[in-house]
Design a protein. Structure first.
Length: 93
């Protein structure tokens, strides 16, 4: 994504010194003692669209668990998906 980085840098210069470019989400820290429910995932997706990696990072769960909840919510019609720049994002209605 070098093109995106240079575009963001150009926009930041235009906006001034108080503008900060926020990078990608940090690596997920999976806690083996935390169990998240489908309601936790749905609640997160009601606030903002997320990729599976975003859900992993935000909820502290592994990819398998996040994907399982996303698949279940898709089957039930509670969420939709949209692909942007090669990444699939999920969101609630």
């Amino acid at each position: 994504m070098p093109e995106m980085a240079s575009l963001l840098e150009a926009i930041a210069r235009e906006l001034g010194e108080n503008c900060e470019i926020v990078g990608t989400a940090p690596e997920a820290r999976v806690s083996p003692h935390v169990e998240r429910t489908r309601d936790d995932v749905l609640s997160t997706l009601k606030r903002r669209p997320c990729s599976v990696d975003d859900l992993c990072c935000g909820l502290g769960i592994n990819r398998h668990e996040a994907a399982k909840h996303v698949a279940h919510l898709m089957e039930q019609g509670h969420i939709t998906s949209e692909c942007r720049e090669g990444v699939t994002y999920y969101r609630s209605f």
